[in-house]
Each structure stands twice: as structure tokens, then as C-alpha cells.
Design a protein. Sequence first.
Length: 381
Amino acid sequence: MGIFNRRRRSYEDSPTTPRRPLAAAQKGSPARAAHPPGAACRICLSDNGALIQPCACRGASTWVHVDCLKRWAIQKEPRVDCWRRCGVCRTPFSGEGAVDLGEAFLGRALRSKPAFVPAARHALGSALLACGERESAAVHLKASLQAKRRNQGDTADVAAVLNDLGIATGDERLFRDALRIYGALDMLETNDAAFARLNRGNALVRRGLYEHASKEYAQALRALEKVHRGDHADVAKALGNLGVIAEYNGDYEEAVAYHSKALNMQRAVFGKDATTNDIANSLENLGVARGRLGDSEAEGHLLASIAMRRTLPAQTRAAVRTLAKLAALRTKTNMDGAQEAYTAARFLLASENGPWVEKQKAALARAAAAVSSSGRLSSLC
Ligand SMILES: [Zn+2]
Ligand SMILES: [Zn+2]
């Protein structure tokens, strides 16, 4: 349900350690999607070789070579944030290219620039996190946090690592710590602090503390609206989170209003026909909320979300989740359709592995069995 935000990306589901073709990422820019004809690297302007879309920059700045980003980051040293996030849109890099970049930075730091090691571990940890690789991300982020705290004390940079480590570990106290630092630095009205609030809200939701979470989301929304003024992907994210809380609280009309607003904003920002994880999340959330109200448009939203996830990289888990929600919705009226959706979800899982997959397979099998036995019961009656 799009409620787990990174600083700018959202994702779900706990990942496993080793790097493999991305299966768990949430959120974000396509990892190594084939680039469209006419696309060229924003740095060298060539269209040879694999281009990636590592940040929120669009238009002529959408695509770039990983190697060009590496050369760029090296040129910018001793500044080191160019290894971790885009100098223009400030989005932390995501996708597999970002992991390549983080690994290159860490390799370089370990070989010849020991002072950069904490920054390199942060860059790599942040990139792994964006791919859903939480456990390996946490290892690098913990090491980075210790070193940075020792060297710098409580800085905004340390708060940024705390935020990422909080996402990696799910430990709500880390976000609180980050917010304490932003408060002391008079930075609570910044984008980064707002994201620490959203993430803290997510951690509170996982503990069932909806009211508390809702307050964090509302404060984050206020700050983000001030920072961005007008339509923005981050504002849409906060709206979506408030919508999820409204749905949990049974305020379905309110949930629909939040998710519609988020979806319209995302379409205004990314384009009417854009395909992004954020839009897929909004469609899913809107479908669920409309389904609660018995609205006939609900199924269309869920189907659109599923179709979108199928064209995006690293969305298998999210697609399985959305299919399960579609199946649950259909159980009210269309048992065969519900079975179809469960079968499609299990089919998607067949090529996946890991503990999450086994749990999910068992849950889907149970849900499908429940549907078929209730179908049989109703036909008997
Ligand atoms: Zn290039
Ligand atoms: Zn950018």
C-alpha cells in the first residue's frame, strides 16, 4: 500500500541479503529499463550502451550512463554527495545503477580514500535500500552512522543516515533521533525532515499506532507543501499515506479523497499517461478504498495498477500484493474471477524465491481454498 517511504521512494516487503535481479524494490525509477529511441546520456550526450534513469530528473536529463555518473562524482570530490544523490533534483539515486555506483565509490574509498569510507557506505547502503536489500543496506548504514557520529557529531548528514537505517531496520527510534537532530538544527521544515516524519509515521503504523502516525503524516504534508508549493511527487506521497490511515480507520470517503488527490497530482507531475511505482501505488490504494465503498470503479483501478506493475522492473512483489487485493475484492461478487486473480498471483511467485515467497505462497493458497469452499457452500444453498 504505498505507505513505506524512503526519502523519496516507497517500497514494501522485507528483502533477502544477496544481490540478485531486483525483485523487491519499491519504489522507484526503473533500474535498467531499455531506453526509448532518441534518449541520450545527459552527461556525454551519446546513446551507446545501457542508460539508466537513476533520479527524478526528466526530459533531456532523464537518462545517463553509470560510468558517466562515476566520472562526474570523482570530478566533484572532495564533495561526496554526488555519489549518492543527483546534484540537480537531489533525489537519492535508485535502481541497480545506483548500487553499481555505491560499490564503485566504496571500492575507491577503501583502496585510496579512507576518509570517504563512511560516505561511501552511506551511498551504497542507500542504493541497496532503494532496491529493497534491507539487510545488506543495514550493515553499511550502521558502519557509516558510527563513523559519521564519531567524526561530526549530530549533523544533518548523520540525520540522513539515521533515516535510511531506520528504513532498513524498521526501528522507529532512529527516525525520532533524526527528527531531534533536525529540530536542533532548525531544519524541521525541510524535505529531509518531512521524509523522516513520513517514515516515522510508517513505523508507527506497523505498530498499530494510527493516530500518532496520522499526526506525523499531517505535519510532513504541511512541511512538504511549504517546501514545494504546488503539485509535487513528495506531497502526493504524504497525501497517499494519509489516505491509507483513513482507510485503516474506516473513513473510506476520506481515503478516496486523499488517494484521488494524490493520483491527480502524480499525473500532473509525471504526465497523464506516465507509468511509475507511485502511480501504481495510488491506483492500488484508490481501488481498495473505492472497493470498501462498493464503488464499481474499484476493480478498474486495481487492474490498472497491476498492468502498470507488470511493465515496471522489480515490481513482482507489489504485483502479487495488488492481485491478492483484486482477488479479495472479487470474492464479494465473482468467485471465478477471484480464483483467477489468486492463480495469476501464484504464477508470478513461481519464479521467485526466499522466505517471503514461501509465506506468500501459503497465504495465497489458504485464501484461494477459502474462496473455493465458500463458492461451493453458496452453490449448495
Ligand atoms: Zn554518458
Ligand atoms: Zn536528478
